[in-house]
Design a protein around this ligand. Structure first.
Ligand code: GDP
Ligand code: IMO
Ligand code: MG
Length: 422
């Protein structure tokens, strides 16, 4: 059984937690897009782990994790992440982590260009994670990127690096930023390359051989549907395909080998970074921030919060082909008397039931709400679906129905045990 898991909103839906739960039934967990802009949180008992590039499956012994060809890799960040996990007692070795030889590499000029472009945009900034994701995918599409296979080639890499650096230093100088020193860059990247060399593999062949042997593969999506470069709220998006199709192109496993698509969504909506969010709401933001929740796992920024938006999740259901839904952070609404759900957008004198493509039009949309009675009962201690308050079950089944897929998992807390199967 091959399962693709994607975020159905704007990222941070709780994918890491659900991946950790689903990994129990998987043999291999694969990241297929994005880079260390992702931050996937998993709690095991009191210990908190935040994964950026390494699939969340790494926390379960005996599972193999793959960083696929569609991911962009900051080699220094990846080495730091491996070391960080080992410090927390998680064994990481070429036995349980494989890195695609054709994944593109993030360089410091990508990060600097990411930051410089944001500064120049001023008010119109995207609010990126400044991890160099956009410029790295930009170079990939422009066919001037360097891949892991180049990084490992000691004969070729120094010249390719010099050539890329000289072009990018010209750009940095023109933008008023400091140029990057070649010698220290070569030294740092060579050191990282030597650390990563044992992990590098032809992951496309590995995944196909594993499929032939009957392995169960779980594809761990990063970001969310509305951050997709094609289907998101462009230009307020990331630079990869975060929707289910990205799992195929980013791994080399074709669509007809995929068995199921699971969408993860919060019981409300959050977004970190700029861009439209029609159901944004100050009361629910204050409530969640007051509980110490909804701060970014990668950048620490406060996430913008709002009511559940069924127009966006319905669109997500369509473009991802969602079969099943996991709803997380249900406990975040435990104290809300009347819960609102956005079911359409008011635009001038019309009501829209789809997400408009034009960002200016979408920014003018006002949410139209349906109201649901809250359950006003703590849910975080419950362990069976049947034990959830009736208003809570009604709310969850309603938002799943509005989205258009089958609810299979309900999450009432960050821990594995706080997972209810429907
Ligand atoms: P991801 O990027 O989709 O993996 O999500 P993040 O890890 O960035 O953010 C989700 C946050 O919600 C993390 O802090 C999780 O520990 C937390 N979380 C996930 N599910 C639940 C839940 O059901 N209840 C609560 N209280 N927290 C949850
Ligand atoms: P996970 O996998 C939430 C957002 C940034 C910004 C936009 C572009 O943890 O859900 P980028 O650095 O990718 O160029 O930033 O995308 N963003 C995320 N928001 N969760 C993420 O990942 C995100 N990765 C990027 O905040 O708005
Ligand atoms: Mg996250």
């Amino acid at each position: 059984m091959n399962t693709i898991l994607v975020g159905a909103q704007w990222g941070d839906e709780g994918k890491g937690k659900i991946i950790d739960v689903l990994t129990e039934q998987a043999d291999i967990v694969v990241r297929t897009q994005g880079g260390n802009n992702a931050g996937h949180t998993v709690y095991l008992g009191p210990k908190k782990y935040v994964l950026h590039l390494i699939p969340s499956g790494i926390l379960r012994p005996g599972k193999v994790c793959v960083i696929g060809n569609g991911v962009v890799i900051d080699p220094i960040g990846l080495v730091a992440e491996i070391d960080g996990l080992e410090k927390l007692g998680v064994a990481v070795s070429p036995d349980n982590l494989r890195l695609s030889e054709t994944a593109h590499v993030v360089f410091p000029w990508h990060r600097e260009l990411d930051a410089q472009r944001e500064v120049r945009k001023g008010q119109g900034k995207i609010g990126t994670t400044k991890r160099g994701i956009g410029p790295t995918y930009g170079d990939k599409a422009a066919r001037v990127g360097l891949r892991v296979i180049d990084l490992l080639n000691g004969a070729r890499f120094p010249d390719r690096l010099r050539e890329r650096l000289s072009e990018n230093n010209e750009v940095l100088k023109a933008l008023g930023a400091a140029p990057i020193d070649y010698d220290s860059l070569l030294r740092d990247y060579t050191t990282a390359a030597n650390r990563l060399r044992p992990y590098v593999a032809n992951t496309v062949l590995y995944l196909h051989e594993s499929t032939r042997r009957g392995a169960n593969i779980l594809f761990e999506g990063a970001q969310g549907t509305f951050l997709d470069i094609d289907h998101g709220t462009y230009p307020y998006v990331t630079s990869s395909n975060t929707t289910s199709g990205g799992a195929c192109t980013g791994s080399g496993v074709p669509p007809n080998r995929m068995d199921r698509v699971v969408g993860v969504m919060k019981a409300y909506t959050t977004r970190v970074g700029e861009g439209p969010l029609p159901s944004e709401n100050a009361v629910i933001s204050d409530l969640l921030h007051g509980l110490g929740r909804e701060f970014g796992a990668t950048t620490g920024r406060a996430r913008r919060c709002g009511w559940f938006d069924a127009v966006v999740t319905r669109h997500a259901c369509m473009v991802n082909g969602l079969d099943e839904l996991a709803i997380t952070n249900i406990d975040g609404l435990d104290t809300v008397t009347t819960i609102r759900v956005c079911i359409g957008y008011r635009l001038d004198d019309q009501i829209l039931h789809h997400v408009p493509a034009d960002i200016e039009v979408f920014s003018r949309c006002e949410a139209v709400y349906e109201e649901f009675p809250g359950w006003l009962t703590p849910t975080h201690t419950l362990s069976r679906w049947e034990d959830l308050p009736v208003n809570c079950r009604h709310y969850l089944l309603s938002i799943a129905q509005l989205t258009g897929a089958r609810l299979t998992v309900a999450s009432v807390g960050p821990a594995r045990e706080q997972t209810l199967f429907v």
